[in-house]
Design a protein around this ligand. Structure first.
Ligand code: SAH
Ligand code: F3S
Length: 481
């Protein structure tokens, strides 16, 4: 520890209790899901206490951390490309250290150090609190690895540093890990078993965001609807909880209700909902509170019952339709988006047609669609042959994409002529004269700035739309402002 004397404050020497490394600069970037972006904010907070300030400039960095994604092979290739870039920078700045965080770190463990010579540090998603020790190791000239997964919610007590925040929207993690074991998915292996965070600490984080004037919070989990707090521990051990713990347990519907009740001015979102875990009481809580956004991301993956079974998705096509019908009955204006995988092993043309007909029934507002990518260690990789040819996966994917585009347009067209509430988030990418924000249904809208500002809730009359964006004009503040 070194005392730093700053004499610049009105001539009075100011003694700051700071660590020697105070001048160190951290460059941190994230790939993959929102959870990674949220985790990087936790990492920045842990390292701020160690005297690291973040920088947007790779060339200036003493420490470069990349938070990685393993969900598809392409996501991993993107990270490998970035490592090449770091390598080039390291030639100019040899003191720079490089660490890999997140799912690739967990999947590859110390193999990473052998495969990528540039890497000094490998840290899995549950081990970020160990970063100060690991960095000391690296400073001493040794490589450092910690990929131990945890049984507890790991970072409930850390208040994240909001990186590159617009000051309007923030993510709050509420569960970690996933117990679902979909056969194509690497997440249960890289993020461990499912556990939930203490509602008290969730509420405190949201109180703090509201006090800082944030307007929108997204509750995050690989599988948010299976949130269950009973005093700590893994979800799978709930059976062993005491009668008192069971009686006082908080499920997702209850948590959502509590947050919405406490912060009626805050827009609330949540993601992601696995259909098998989404219950009617969640939809009823959404309907009850105006401030819960009328939007559900509800991945289906495939419209074929046979493929759903092979994927270990624990619901049928029919049950999914029933869920959609219930959502639309309880919240008619609710927007729904999907994830779909084309070309899962054994998928036939008929299975693919089932996916298209399911899409036709739901007419999703939006979608995230990908060709199947075999992931090492998953059940599908071990038990099934990746037998759908690449060009067939691609062709099916483009048919799915095209259908989704027409459905997105259909949903947006229905809003033309209506006046909707928009929360302004940033300047439009295409024009500096326009604001960009989202409706409660998560559709993006752009409109002339006038005198409005970021963070305002504005009523916008929609005059037109493209296949992905609403175009309109503000007619005044919303009552929520
Ligand atoms: N429960 C999480 C799932 C994370 S994975 C969530 O819904 O966000 C996100 C999406 O990536 C999945 O829904 C799936 O559509 C896609 N995905 C996962 N593994 C994949 C794989 N091996 N190949 C192609 N897409 C995959
Ligand atoms: Fe992956 Fe299925 Fe969980 S897609 S994250 S194993 S719900």
């Amino acid at each position: 520890m070194e005392k730093i004397i700053d004499e610049s404050v009105q001539g009075q020497p100011l003694v700051l209790d700071q660590k020697k490394e105070n001048q160190r600069k951290l460059f941190i970037e994230s790939y993959g899901c929102q959870m990674n972006f949220s985790d990087s904010e936790i990492v920045a907070s842990i390292l701020a206490k160690e005297g690291f300030n973040t920088t947007q400039n790779l060339e200036d960095a003493d420490l470069v951390l990349v938070n990685t994604c393993s969900i598809r092979e392409k996501a991993e290739q993107t990270v490998r490309k970035r490592l090449e870039k770091y390598n080039a920078v390291k030639k100019i700045n040899p003191g720079m250290k490089v660490g890999v965080l997140g799912c690739m770190a967990e999947r590859l463990k110390s193999k990473f150090l052998e495969e990528e010579k540039i890497v000094d540090l490998v840290v899995g998603p549950d081990a970020y609190k160990d970063l100060p020790n690991l960095i000391e190791e690296v400073d001493a000239g040794r490589n450092a690895v910690n990929v131990i997964l945890s049984k507890e919610e790991t970072y409930g007590d850390i208040s994240p540093v909001r990186l590159q925040s617009n000051g309007v929207s923030a993510f709050v993690s509420i569960t970690r890990g996933c117990d679902n074991m979909c056969t194509f998915c690497v997440v249960p292996f890289t993020r461990g078993r499912e556990r939930s965070r203490d509602p008290q600490s969730i509420l405190e984080e949201i109180d703090d965001l509201a006090a800082k004037n944030f307007k929108e919070v997204t509750l995050l989990g690989q599988n948010v609807d299976s949130f269950l707090w009973y005093g700590g521990g893994l979800k799978k051990d709930f059976d062993k909880a005491s009668d008192f713990q069971k009686a006082t347990a908080v499920n997702f519907a209850k948590l959502l209700d509590m947050v919405a009740e406490k912060h009626p001015k805050l827009r609330l979102r949540f993601t992601t909902s696995n259909p098998q875990d989404m219950t009617l009481d969640v939809i009823e809580v959404m309907a009850k509170h105006k401030n819960i956004c009328k939007y559900i991301h509800l991945p289906i993956q495939s419209g074929s019952d046979r493929i759903l079974k092979e994927m270990n998705r624990l619901h049928t096509r029919q049950q999914y339709f029933e869920l959609i019908d219930n959502i639309k009955r309880i919240i008619p204006e609710c927007a729904i988006s999907q994830d779909i995988i084309s070309g899962f092993p054994t998928e036939t043309e008929e299975d693919h047609q089932d996916t298209l007909s399911l899409m036709e029934y739901v007419k999703y507002d939006y979608g995230f669609m990908f060709a199947y990518s075999e992931r090492p260690g998953t059940l599908a990789e071990r038990k099934m042959e990746d037998d759908v040819p690449e060009e067939v996966k691609k062709r099916r994917l483009s048919e799915i994409n095209e259908l989704q585009r027409s459905h997105s347009k259909y949903r947006l067209d229905a809003l033309v002529g209506k006046t909707v509430e928009i929360l302004i988030e940033k300047a439009s990418k295409k024009s500096d004269e326009h604001w960009s924000g989202r409706t409660t249904q998560n559709s993006v809208a752009v409109f002339p700035k006038e005198n409005y500002k970021v963070g305002d809730f504005v009523m916008v009359r929609i005059d037109d739309c493209t296949s992905a964006t609403l175009i309109g004009e503000a007619v005044g503040y919303s009552e929520n402002n």
